[in-house]
Design a protein around this ligand. Structure first.
Ligand code: C5P
Length: 406
C-alpha cells in the first residue's frame, strides 16, 4: 500500500518517525508531507531516511507540475493519513482551506483520508474542534479517536495520539473496507455469506464449590474480535463464550457457558459449521465440585482433578469436522515448536500461536504465528482487531481459492 503521510505541527509529530518505521516494516510505502508546524518537531532528513522517500514541505517545491504536481501527489497514494492532526489542521480541513501543501493535497485528493488528532485536552474538547470533527466525519473522513492519558502539557484526558501500531491498523482497515486490493487486511464485505463460522472465546471456570472456581486470565478479546470480523464479512457466526464481560458483537449469535463440559456440549450442538476457530482458553482439568462451601477450618482441600474434554481434538476426529479447523496455542516458551507439534497432535488445519509470557492475556495487542502444513508465518504485532481481520481475510482467501486445505 502507498501511504501519503501528512505530519502536522504538534509534539506528537515525533511519533511519525516510529509510524513510518512500522509501515515500512510491514511492506508499505510512505511519502511524507511535512507542514511548517511539523518541521518544528521533526526534520525532513529523519523522515526521508526512514521512509526512503523524498519529503515534501512546500507547494512551491513541486516545480515540475508534469512530474509531481500537487494533484498527482495527492492521488498516487492509496490512502492519505494525517498524523498528528492538529486542531488548526482539522479546522482548515473542515472549512476547505487550501493555503499550504498539506491542505491543498487534502482538498485535491480522491483517496480515502484518515486523521489521527492529537492535542491538548481542552483544545480537543472545545466545541469548535468537536464541530470540525463532526463535519469531517460527515465528509467521509475516518477519525481515529485520541487516547486518554497524561499529556506532554501536564494535563490529563483525551487528546493523546494512539500508539503507532493502532494508527497503522486503523489506516489499513480503512483501505481494506474500500478497496478490493490483494494486500487486504480487512475482510471483504459479504465474502462469507452462506458460511457458518463457529468461534469459542474466553476462559472456562471450573467450580470447586458453590462460590469458588478455577479460572485463567483469558479476556475473550481476541475471540470476540474474530467473531465480529467474521460477521462483518457476512458469515453466520455462533460465538460460544466462557465467562467474560464483553458486549456481543453485532450480528453474532452468542451462547454463554461456564465450564469446559458446557462449552464442549454447546460446540457439538452448534454443528455443522464450515469453519471453527477455537480461541477459548479451556481449562485442562476439572474437579468434582463440593455441593456446599468448603470451610477454611477444615484445612486446605485435597482437590482430585480429572481431565476435561479436548474440544479441538474431538472436533478434529468428528464426522462433522468443519472444513477448516483452527486452534490457538498460548505458549510461554518454544512458541513455534510447541504450536507445530500441537497442530499435528490435535488434527487442526491451522494453529495461531502466541507468546503469552507478556501482557497478551487481557491486553489489546497480539503477536502471533500462523502455523500451517507449510510451516510458520510470523505476523507483526497488531491490535487484536487487526489480527482478527487478517485471519478472516486469510480464511476468505483459502475458502475461495478452493485449494486443498493445508
Ligand atoms: O492444549 P492447549 O490447551 O494448548 O490447546 C489450545 C487449543 O485447543 C485452543 O484452540 C483451545 O481452544 C483448544 N482446546 C480445546 N479444549 C480443551 C483444551 C484446549 O478445544 N480442553
Amino acid at each position: 500500500m502507498k501511504i501519503l503521510l501528512i505530519i502536522g505541527g504538534g509534539i506528537a509529530a515525533y511519533k511519525a518517525s516510529e509510524l513510518i518505521r512500522q509501515f515500512r516494516k510491514a511492506g508499505h510505502q510512505v511519502t511524507p508531507v511535512l507542514t511548517a508546524g511539523g518541521a518544528h518537531f521533526v526534520t525532513p532528513m529523519t523522515l526521508a531516511a526512514l521512509a526512503e522517500s523524498p519529503v515534501y514541505t512546500s507547494l512551491w517545491d513541486l516545480k515540475d507540475e508534469r512530474e509531481m504536481g500537487h494533484i498527482q501527489l495527492s492521488r498516487t497514494a492509496d490512502v492519505v493519513l494525517v498524523c498528528p492532526a492538529t486542531a488548526d489542521l482539522l479546522a482548515k480541513m473542515a472549512a476547505g482551506v487550501a493555503d499550504d501543501l498539506a491542505t491543498t493535497l487534502l482538498l485535491a485528493t480522491d483517496k480515502p483520508v484518515v486523521v489521527a488528532p492529537a492535542m491538548n485536552v481542552r483544545m480537543w474538547l472545545h466545541p469548535a474542534t468537536q464541530r470540525n470533527i463532526a463535519q469531517l466525519k460527515a465528509d467521509g473522513i475516518t477519525v481515529i479517536d485520541p487516547d486518554d492519558g497524561a499529556m506532554a502539557c501536564g494535563e490529563f484526558g483525551p487528546g493523546r495520539l494512539p500508539d503507532p501500531p493502532d494508527v497503522m491498523a486503523a489506516t489499513l482497515l480503512r483501505i481494506g473496507a474500500s478497496s478490493p486490493s490483494p494486500a487486504l487486511v480487512n475482510p471483504v464485505a459479504d465474502a462469507l455469506i452462506g458460511h457458518h463460522i463457529l468461534v469459542t472465546a474466553g476462559p472456562t471456570h471450573e467450580p470447586i464449590d458453590p462460590v469458588r472456581v478455577i479460572a485463567n486470565r483469558s479476556s475473550g478479546k481476541q475471540g470476540f474480535a474474530i467473531a465480529a470480523a467474521a460477521a462483518q464479512a457476512g458469515a453466520r457466526v455462533t460465538l460460544i463464550a466462557g465467562p467474560v464481560s464483553l458486549p456481543t458483537p453485532g450480528g453474532v449469535a452468542r451462547i454463554d457457558v461456564e465450564t469446559a463440559d458446557q462449552m464442549a456440549a454447546a460446540v457439538e450442538a452448534a454443528l455443522p459449521a464450515d469453519v471453527a476457530i477455537l480461541v477459548a482458553a479451556v481449562a485442562d482439568w476439572k474437579v468434582t465440585p463440593s455441593p456446599v462451601k468448603l470451610k477454611k477450618g477444615d484445612g486446605p482441600p485435597a482437590l482430585a482433578f480429572s481431565p476435561n474434554p479436548d474440544i479441538l481434538a474431538t472436533l478434529a476426529a468428528s464426522p462433522d469436522r468443519p472444513r477448516l479447523l483452527i486452534g490457538f496455542a498460548a505458549e510461554t516458551n518454544d512458541v513455534v515448536a510447541n504450536a507445530t507439534d500441537k497442530r499435528r497432535r490435535k488434527g487442526a488445519d491451522w494453529i495461531i500461536a502466541n507468546d503469552v509470557s507478556g501482557d497478551v492475556m487481557g491486553g489489546s495487542h497480539n503477536q502471533v504465528h500462523l502455523i500451517t502444513a507449510d510451516g510458520d508465518d510470523p505476523w507483526e504485532v497488531a491490535t487484536k482487531e487487526a489480527v482478527a481481520a487478517r485471519l478472516i481475510a486469510h480464511i476468505i482467501q483459502t475458502i475461495h481459492a478452493k485449494t486443498p486445505l493445508t
